[in-house]
Design a protein around this ligand. Sequence first.
Ligand SMILES: Cc1ncc(COP(=O)(O)O)c(C=O)c1O
Length: 373
Amino acid sequence: MTNDRDIIRFDNFKAQYALIREEIDTAVHRVLDSGWFILGKELESFEKEFAQYIGCNYCLGVGNGTDAITLSLMALGIGRGDEVITPNMTAFPTVSGIMKAGATPVVTDILYEDGLMDVTKIAAKINKNTKAIMPVHLYGQSCDMDPICDLARQYGLHVVEDCAQSVGATYKTKKTGAIGAIGAFSFYPTKNLGAYGDAGAVVTNDETIYQKLLSLRNYGQRVRYYHDEFGLNSRLDEIQAAILNVKLKYLEGWNEKRRSLAISYREKLYTVSCLQENSYGLPVYHLFVIKTRNRDKLMEYLKSRNIQTLIHYPVPMSKQKGFGLQGDESFPGTMRFAEEILSIPIYPELSDENLERTANEINTFCAGNDQHE
Ligand SMILES: Cc1ncc(COP(=O)(O)O)c(C=O)c1O
């Protein structure tokens, strides 16, 4: 029988909670005692702190990261008949957030080297219906934002950053989310800044967009019971905001720890490829992704050694039935990438011993299977 201690988990929420239990419990009880659960002081405080952390004038807490994307597009007046260009390799909510706004996602190929949007492929997708580019800062890496913003300026498009996986990552002197018109964040529990439930946020420097979002996240009302426009119910609740207020203080340290774990993995893993590191910014290693042609067998082997892994993501958007577009188009970078990637455990509480065991098992398996590329 497997001893639970022998399992190297992909995530370990209990370990993190154990470290901050007292502060979290105090924060949650403060909300329960206050009797105020939606749009209150905890959210106000989180929005102020998070805006400052990202380096933007405004932040709005919303229900989840998918809504953050939808609301961002709605605030820019993007909807039915409009197209939004985004990478083919992303989490499905990127495209569902676009579709929920009524717009059409148009996916582009990625670079096999880092899994990020291939900037040279964007221009060919721009037409008269294109209204925005939505780069996805996948796995905690920043996209190369200067050429994306240059293209957007040239064609008069908005840039909305999908920062669900990149909280704290930098591009040159700025944090992701502070570069385009709007940054959309998710605080889903697995994220580097994870709530204990669904949660998300939108950041911007534009006051008009901010005012619009205040209404759009709250049934389109600015004055209670007066609904000037169609809006959603998508608010970050007080309990989640109180939890995030506690966790935000730890985020820089946690991200630093992820970076040092990533350095160890890169040093130890000599039988597989790691993603190319881009010198224009600091990643936050939401995920640590390796590439090998023997991915499926390696995954099986690691499972048999009690090491949990996942694939982010096995099916590109163009091949998802729920997307149903561009299925016949060729995306060579994305297809090769999707067949070879494997995400291995990385989180601040991962012990050096477990990191070493994971790396050794990968090397043992891949050396025996002649996998070095
Ligand atoms: C790249 C990306 N975009 C958007 C989302 C949507 O976030 P949420 O799950 O909070 O709706 C996620 C997270 O699942 C994500 O990874």
